[in-house]
Each structure stands twice: as structure tokens, then as C-alpha cells.
Write a protein that binds this ligand. Structure first.
Ligand SMILES: [Zn+2]
Length: 384
């Protein structure tokens, strides 16, 4: 059996131990020690990584009562080694995990809802509850949770006996009766959990509920705490700074600035639409009556699908044959709009597409698509 230092004290990151066994695994080595601070994972928290006697510890798991360390190099059985848990990974997890207990404890005490899901991801925590709460209620919970942080109350663990257990009141996801480890946040919450936690709530620094969604008859809350809350706040401030500079408004007026920018963009879109209509009318107004076909290429400011469509609709009235409006020129060819009042384009289109490497379709009076050919080929075809 391995003495599990992480069970009693989450603040132990460096320790000395004796190597009891070391076996090759194919990809590395499986090492057992007489004692360890490496948490093998559980309770929603992933296992620790770090170093052991100069080797990297890349994974840790529990085999009965023994903690197995998966290392990148062998260690001599019987030797004394120094282990070091990567604090930069473990500590933020403990901050988030203890924050989760505080929030879950407060929600349970106030509303009677259970935490039915917990995921401690690399950036944020999600927690599921079997009842619904409003944004205002969650604001209150967030205030209360941070009050617990500011009060800096102790977080302790205990291992009650099977006889003692039924007399205690605590939250638990499982119906365990032996080897139950209780994490007690003084005056706030008692919960069965196997993971290491911070020693005092002040170590959490800040608890921020980022948002929530309705989920399986309850809610799913997103939470950040501690170092991750700082990183999140910093990232949001940078975004806000960038947006405020782009919009030339103070950071606290970004929403006003975006509203104004969207209104200006809407007004521009409307005036552009009006101008395109006018362009189409002016182009159509200059056309003489013809009994044959008519080919119109759009370029520069005229080159727009709206102008093409409106021009085709107007020009068809002064054209006996087919109006072909070509626009959107690229290295592949042109986009086309064909219109006619006398020629049934559903009948004529297959031949047109065949002759001009075209693709497209439409109705008897209007068709659209692309021609993968040169300008003079299109001009020659419709001149015949
Ligand atoms: Zn827990």
C-alpha cells in the first residue's frame, strides 16, 4: 500500500520516497513508491504529472491501494528518490475544484439541487445541477461564493468510520460506506471527494460564473477560478481594449459603439442598394430597341449581382431576343443572367451552356449560371 500524501495535504508538491518496484511497460516504466504526493486522478480531477528521481512522470493511476507512476526512465528498486508534482498544473485544478465545491454547496443549501455533473477542463469548469436557476440567482451565488473566498476559511479532510458516517450530513454522488473521505469547507460545505484541495479558501483568489445554459431539466454552469480566472479576465480585457480602439469608444461603451457601427453599416447597405437600382436604371435607359439578342458586360462599380438582375429585368423590355448580362469576371470566366420575353430559356439553355462551357438553369424567362469561356466567344455566340 502506498502512503497517499495528497489525501491529507494538497499543498505537498515535493517529497522523498523509496522505490518499491519498477517494471517496464513497453512505452516506459511503472514505478511504485512507499509514499507519494502524485494524485492518481478521480472525483473529476485528472492525475498529476511531474518528475521522479530525474525521470518524467507522465501518468499516474491507482491499482488497489497502490499508486502507480508511469515514468520515462527506470528507477532502482530500494533507492531514495525525490518526487516533484508539477504545481503549475495541479494548483489551478485545486483552485477550480474547491471553487466547485463551494458553489455546489451553496446551491445545494439554498435550493436543494444536487451537482449531477462536473468536468474540470483545461480552461474552465462545467457543473450540472438537477434544477433551474435564473441569472439573478446565480449572481447571488457568485457573490456568496466569493464571500467564502474573502473569509479565507479552512478546507480540511476527514475519514469518518463506517459507524460515524450515518450520523454525518454531507453531499455525495456515490453511496459509499467505507473509506469515505470528506472534504469540509468550514461553515459552507461537506462533500465526499478523493481529490486534493486548497488548504484555505483564500487561495482560490476569485470565483467567476461565466454563464449557464438549460441542460437535461436543470442547468449547466461554466466557472473559472483562481489563476484561470485571472487569465480569463486578462484575455477579456485585451479583447475589450482592442474593440474600444477599433470603435474609438471607451471600454465601458463598447456595446454603444457596436450599435452605432451596425446602424451605420445598415444605412450604407440601404444606400448602396438604392444606388445599384439607379445604376441599373441608367444603364437600361441608354439602350435602344432591338429585335435581336443583347450582351451587356458589367465592370467596375456596376459589377454586382443586384445590378445584373435589375438590368436584365429592365433590358428585356427593349430586347426581342435574349438579354445576356455578364458580371463577376474571374480567371474561370463570367457569371451570367439571361432574360427573354420571347425565347423559352428552359428550351434554349442546354445549347447555350454547351456552346459556352456553361453551367446553370432557371425558368422560361430568366436563367443564371456561369460561362467558362472568353468574352469574345460570348459576344460571337449571341451575335449569331
Ligand atoms: Zn470534489
Amino acid at each position: 500500500m502506498t502512503e497517499k500524501l495528497y489525501e491529507k495535504d494538497g499543498s505537498v508538491f515535493a517529497f522523498d520516497a523509496t522505490v518499491l518496484a519498477c517494471q517496464p511497460t513497453g512505452t516506459g516504466f511503472a514505478v511504485t513508491l512507499d509514499r507519494t504526493a502524485f494524485f492518481p486522478g478521480g472525483g473529476g480531477q485528472a492525475c498529476d504529472v511531474g518528475s521522479l528521481g530525474g525521470a518524467d512522470v507522465v501518468d499516474v493511476s491507482l491499482d488497489g491501494d497502490r499508486v502507480i507512476h508511469f515514468t520515462t526512465a527506470p528507477l532502482s528498486v530500494g533507492s531514495r528518490v525525490t518526487g516533484e508534482v508539477d504545481r503549475s498544473i495541479r494548483f489551478p485544478r485545486m483552485q477550480c475544484h474547491t471553487a466547485e465545491h463551494i458553489v455546489s454547496g451553496l446551491i445545494h443549501a439554498r435550493y436543494g439541487y444536487d451537482n449531477v455533473g462536473f468536468h474540470l477542463g483545461p480552461d474552465e469548469v462545467t457543473m450540472d445541477f438537477n434544477g433551474e436557476l435564473t441569472g439573478e440567482q446565480l449572481d447571488e451565488i457568485e457573490d456568496l461564493a466569493n464571500g467564502v473566498v474573502f473569509s479565507d476559511v479552512p478546507v480540511t479532510v476527514s475519514f469518518p468510520s463506517p459507524e460515524e458516517l450515518p450520523t454525518l450530513s454531507y453531499r455525495s454522488k456515490l453511496d459509499l460506506t467505507e473509506n469515505v473521505r470528506l472534504v469540509n469547507i468550514e461553515g459552507v460545505d461537506v462533500c465526499a471527494c478523493c481529490a486534493p484541495h486548497v488548504a484555505k479558501t483564500g487561495e482560490i483568489g476569485l470565483i467567476r460564473l461565466l454563464g449557464f445554459i438549460r441542460y437535461k431539466g436543470g442547468i449547466r454552469i461554466r466557472l473559472v477560478a483562481g489563476e484561470r480566472a485571472l487569465a480569463d479576465y486578462r484575455a477579456r480585457c485585451r479583447e475589450a481594449q482592442a474593440a474600444s480602439e477599433l470603435l474609438s469608444v471607451p471600454q465601458e461603451k463598447i456595446a454603444d459603439g457596436v450599435t452605432r457601427a451596425l446602424a451605420a453599416s445598415d444605412a450604407l447597405a440601404q444606400s448602396n442598394a438604392a444606388l445599384r437600382k439607379r445604376v441599373a436604371e441608367l444603364l437600361a435607359g441608354g439602350l435602344l430597341q432591338t429585335d435581336g439578342n443583347r450582351v451587356l458586360f458589367l465592370s467596375g462599380g456596376e459589377d454586382h449581382p443586384d445590378v445584373a438582375r435589375q438590368l436584365a429585368n429592365l433590358a428585356v423590355k427593349s430586347t426581342g431576343g435574349i438579354v445576356a448580362v455578364l458580371y463577376g469576371e474571374s480567371e474561370r470566366g463570367f457569371r451570367y443572367l439571361l432574360a427573354s420575353e420571347r425565347v423559352d430559356l428552359r428550351v434554349a439553355l442546354p445549347e447555350i451552356n454547351r456552346a459556352l462551357s456553361g453551367r446553370g438553369g432557371g425558368k422560361p424567362g430568366m436563367a443564371e449560371g456561369t460561362f467558362a469561356c472568353a468574352r469574345d466567344e460570348i459576344e460571337r455566340f449571341f451575335a449569331d
